[in-house]
Design a binder for this molecule. Structure first.
Ligand code: SF4
Length: 745
């Protein structure tokens, strides 16, 4: 491989949230290979098939190379950048003048670069004075954000991937790590091979490839795991496996309104005895007891979870209940012990959560409703006091519900700029949202045609990550820089250039002054602007300068307050977390914290720095199987494909390995419905229908159907079926559970 390459350029993988470090091989101005970066702390040189073959995406003949504008006859016409941008900005201005500042929305992505997302967020909230800013992390990680914010007072995990190699028990919930985060799974597997005594517990409706290495599988019906977590807590308390001292020093029990003593929590979980829970969740009582024992007594338990927990109408509660298990057992704050949410996308954490690019947030994952934080951002951004709207914009589902044409009086959002994402495939209950996208003024920025570009009025051709460079932040609070490797094809441009051009045409170049053709220089200016906002806060990235990111082979983890700080492996722990030395951090809690307390959760000066053990009731999924729709339906990823397949399906090796979606059916159900492997089966929910070839497997319990989510073919577009009911705390939709019926066609 090296012989065919002129130079290797440092970068980060474009796909999952693991954040694998790569080197992109360049020859003759073209990207011709990708290899793992052995110095990267995320992957130590290993890559999965997606990361290794990503360069094949870049020269695919389908690449969008020129701006396109839809004509009256419905066809697209190639136009110049000036024409396209003039049209976009004049239309945005007209609509804003006519329908108000919130009539034009931005919808971004956990796959855009941090500098890009920060720029669009600043342009909208600081420049256009509108909080109609959302991104697809609302669909995947919002419940994890809600869980961390409510339990610990700060988003993102306390620990790091390095906890994997220090864990003595891994509790993996709602995450098919082997396919969704393959290189992290490799680390888990190696750890288990080197230390067979390490216990692995999987809680998951399917016996996935991940579950195949488990010592204990907790099968559950979709949406019922809250009962299992409560039951584990009950067993832990009854057997006195709790850490009383940790509970006393570092936690408080609350239902979100009142504060109670620990006995109230013990009484609350008493109703979840394993035998009762077995009837609710179909999880064997003995497995629940064993899981509780291993979790509490391992010496170092690490929980890992992903969409199976988040994409639920009670996703925040599910997150809270995992945190509860760690808090009552003291399994947090030391090597190998953490409550760690895996992020799905490569830059959901860094790009969207950390820059606050959701409708209710500002940079530093702080609420837009907080007057102190609005004043802080206005000052940093050089804006007059009162510029930022205190009212949150609409969450994603509401945003797309509210999107429509000028003739539709019920739809207040008339236009949207959609960047680096494909909502016409990825939104749940798609039939409901496609008309709004079609009827509104839709501007789509992307590298390939997609279901969403088919609905666009203007298509803006974007540069691929290795054609522009910039920062990604992964699940473990680590930011890593990709250098620009090659030029983009045709007239494709970096998003940051497009954002700056829109700002200039709307008279906002003072808000976004990094209007230049050199994307790395523009990125650097945006990055400096961003880290300045975080300086001296509990989210400080001030020490993560561009210079350091350029030099570093592994990136840096926040909090990182100064240029000589090495970055933080574990937060909240004295001696590890630099916030303890930061002037004003402990003082903000008043005199309530003993001077030598080892763990202090940020909590913005509230709750004596104690984490919340939440009293949450049990609630299952919004939609339950019934006589008409007798099956549970759930979705997930496969190792080869990425999201809606617009990139990975264009890599021939990947397209061959996983060409299409299918439905997994248990043999008992297949027999009942006279279905054989390969038969085409209609799967129908109350919202829509699809047709999939059947795969007969006992991977799931009878009564549960599974479909991978990537297929873009109209008849196999799984999101026609999925439920768009949202979690009232995080507004994340319940992709993971629906009720369906099936029929052999
Ligand atoms: Fe890329 Fe994720 Fe694969 Fe690593 S594990 S190479 S980040 S897709």
């Amino acid at each position: 491989q090296d012989a065919d390459v002129e130079r290797w350029v440092k970068g980060v993988c474009r796909f999952c949230g693991t954040g694998c470090g790569v080197y992109v091989g360049v020859k003759g101005g073209r990207a011709v290979a990708i290899k793992g970066n052995p110095d990267a702390k995320t992957n130590f040189g290993f890559l999965c098939v997606k990361g290794m073959l990503a360069y094949k995406v870049m020269e695919h003949p389908d690449r969008l190379k020129h701006p396109l504008v839809r004509q009256a006859d419905g066809n697209f016409k190639r136009v110049s950048w000036d024409e396209a941008l003039d049209l976009v900005t004049s239309k945005f201005t007209t609509l804003r003048n006519k329908y108000g500042k919130d009539s034009v929305a931005y919808y971004g992505s956990g796959q855009a670069l941090t500098e890009e997302t920060y720029t669009f967020n600043k342009l909208w909230k600081g420049g256009l004075r509108s909080n109609m800013v959302e991104g697809n992390p609302r669909l995947c990680m919002a419940s994890a954000v809600g869980g961390y914010m409510t339990t610990m007072g700060s988003d993102e995990p306390a620990g790091s991937y390095a906890d994997i190699e220090n864990a003595k028990c891994l509790f993996i919930v709602g995450s098919n790590t082997s396919e969704a985060h393959p290189i992290l799974f490799r680390r888990i597997m190696r750890h288990k091979l080197n230390h067979p005594e390490v216990k692995i517990i999987i809680c998951e409706p399917r016996k996935t490839n991940t579950a195949k290495i488990a010592d204990l599988w907790l099968p559950v019906d979709p949406g019922t795991d809250l009962a299992v977590f409560h039951s584990m807590a009950r067993e832990i308390i009854r057997n006195n496996w709790v850490d009383r001292q940790f509970i006393e020093e570092n936690t408080r029990v609350t239902d979100g309104k009142e504060v109670y003593d620990f006995d109230k929590y013990a009484a609350h979980v008493e109703q979840f005895d394993p035998e009762t829970v077995e009837k609710v969740a179909r999880c064997p009582a003995a497995n629940i007891r064993k899981a509780a024992e291993w979790f509490a007594n391992s010496g170092a338990t690490l929980s890992l979870w992903c969409m199976g927990l988040n994409q639920r109408t009670r996703g925040v509660w599910a997150n809270n209940l995992i945190h509860n298990l760690h808090l009552i057992t003291g399994q947090i704050g030391f090597a190998g012990a953490d409550s760690f949410s895996l992020t799905g996308q490569p830059n959901a954490c860094g790009g969207v959560r950390e820059t606050g690019a959701l409708s209710h947030l500002l940079p530093g994952t702080k609420p837009v409703a907080d007057p102190k934080w609005r004043a802080h951002c206005e000052k940093q951004w050089g804006l007059p006091e009162g510029t930022i709207d205190p009212k949150p914009g609409f969450h994603t589902v509401k945003m797309f519900e509210s999107l429509g044409g000028e003739n539709d009086a019920d739809k207040p959002i008339k236009a949207a700029l959609i960047c680096t994402t494909n909502p016409a495939h990825s939104l749940p209950n798609l039939n409901k949202y496609i008309p709004g996208m079609r009827d509104s003024f839709l501007v789509v920025l992307d590298i390939f045609p997609s279901r969403t570009t088919q609905l666009a009025d203007v298509i803006l051709p974007a540069a691929f990550i290795y054609e522009k460079g910039g920062v990604y932040g992964c699940s473990e609070r680590r930011s890593q820089l990709t250098e620009k490797c090659v030029e983009p094809p045709g007239e494709a441009k970096a998003d940051i250039w497009i954002a700056a051009q829109i700002a200039k045409r709307m008279g906002l170049e003072k808000v976004i002054p990094w209007n230049m053709d050199d994307s790395m220089k523009a990125n650097e200016m945006a990055w400096h602007d961003y880290i300045s906002v975080t300086k001296d806060t509990d989210h400080t990235m001030w020490g993560v300068t561009y210079e350091r990111l350029k030099k570093s082979k592994a990136g840096l983890q926040w909090p990182c307050p100064t240029e000589d700080h090495p970055g933080t492996y574990k937060r909240y722990v004295r001696g590890m977390d630099p916030m303890f030395e930061h002037q004003g951090f402990l003082e903000m809690f008043g005199k309530k914290i003993p001077k030598d307390r080892k763990i202090v959760f940020y909590m913005d000066g509230r709750n004596e720095g104690k984490a919340n053990i939440f009293l949450r009731p049990y609630k299952g999924a919004e939609e339950q199987p019934d006589a008409d729709y007798p099956f549970f339906f759930t979705t997930g990823r496969v190792i080869e494909q990425w999201h809606t397949g617009t990139m990975t399906m264009r890599v021939p090796e990947i397209a061959r390995a996983h060409p299409n979606g299918y439905v997994e059916i248990h043999p008992e159900d297949a027999q009942k419905y006279k279905i054989s492997s390969g038969d085409i089966v209609e799967v129908e929910s109350r919202r829509g229908r699809c047709e999939f070839p059947a795969v007969i497997t006992s991977a799931s319990l009878p009564g549960i159907l599974f479909v991978p989510m990537h297929d873009q073919k109209y008849e196999r577009l799984v999101n026609f079926i999925c439920n768009d009911a949202v979690d009232p705390g995080s507004f994340e939709p319940e992709y993971k559970v629906a009720a369906v019926r099936i029929k052999r066609l």
